[in-house]
Ligand binder design. Structure first.
Ligand SMILES: [Fe+2]
Length: 236
């Protein structure tokens, strides 16, 4: 309508359009959550451009984006390394960057929704993990290999395709020889730890918890065994 001004950032408009295109009822809570954000509230200021070796993939990923609104967001939003800490594989830690549009540290503050971009370098294996938030990944550029459940079959996510990970479901991500840019959306408990799973023997697993203070990378805080009950729940 003439004169109508949408305050919703074009990144979020692009997410909503992509979700509508997929016509999947499971996406409704994600769309509804995104529509409740008050974009007239004060924004966080833009930061200096991140100098980081993984940023070298960004120009190519922007040029390949299936929707140019994501490419513009990749240029505009503030990128940072997601995980940091002793004992973490250096290539894995440095190979994952995020730029948040909405969320606990994003351009638009929210403690209900987190959405933004996620860049993975080539040959990354982000191991089996769980989190309380429900998650959508929308592939913007490149090709990602995803697996849900410890014994689930892996599948590829290509440009324009998306996947939904329910709260608490164990999943893992891998990249091929090319980098990948995803758009992500989290709803639910955004501040609960993310748990990385590690197999310690044939039938024994432990999980490492990662937590974050908004604006800082996720940091490792503890390790605990995973019970058979928890394994069943995460694979349900
Ligand atoms: Fe996840």
């Amino acid at each position: 309508m003439l004169g109508e001004v949408s305050e919703r950032p074009e990144f979020c408009e692009a997410m909503l359009e992509a979700f509508a295109h997929h016509k999947d009822g499971s996406l409704t809570p994600f769309c509804d959550a995104l529509k409740t954000i008050d974009f007239s509230a004060a924004k966080r200021p833009k930061k200096c451009k991140l100098e980081h070796q993984t940023m070298r993939y960004l120009d190519h990923l922007k040029s390949e984006a299936f929707d140019t609104r994501f490419a513009r967001a990749a240029e505009d939003l503030d990128w940072s390394q997601i995980y940091e800490g002793d004992g973490l594989n250096k290539d894995l830690a440095e190979g994952m960057l995020a730029a948040q549009c909405v969320g606990t540290y994003g351009r638009h503050p929210s403690d209900k929704v987190a959405t933004g971009l996620f860049l993975l370098a080539p040959d990354i294996h982000y191991p089996l993990h769980t989190h309380a938030a429900s998650e959508v990944y929308l592939c913007v550029s490149g090709r990602l290999q995803l697996r849900h459940g410890m014994h689930g079959a892996s599948f590829d996510l290509r440009r324009g395709e998306l996947s939904i990970t329910p709260s608490g479901r164990v999943h893992e991500l891998k990249t091929y020889s090319e980098p990948v840019m995803l758009a992500y959306l989290w709803i639910g408990d955004l501040t609960a730890p993310t748990w990385w799973w590690e197999q310690t023997s044939n039938d024994t697993w432990q999980r490492v918890s990662w937590t974050r203070i908004p604006g800082e990378p996720w940091k490792q805080i503890g390790v605990e065994p995973i019970s058979q009950d928890d394994i069943q729940k995460a694979n349900a």
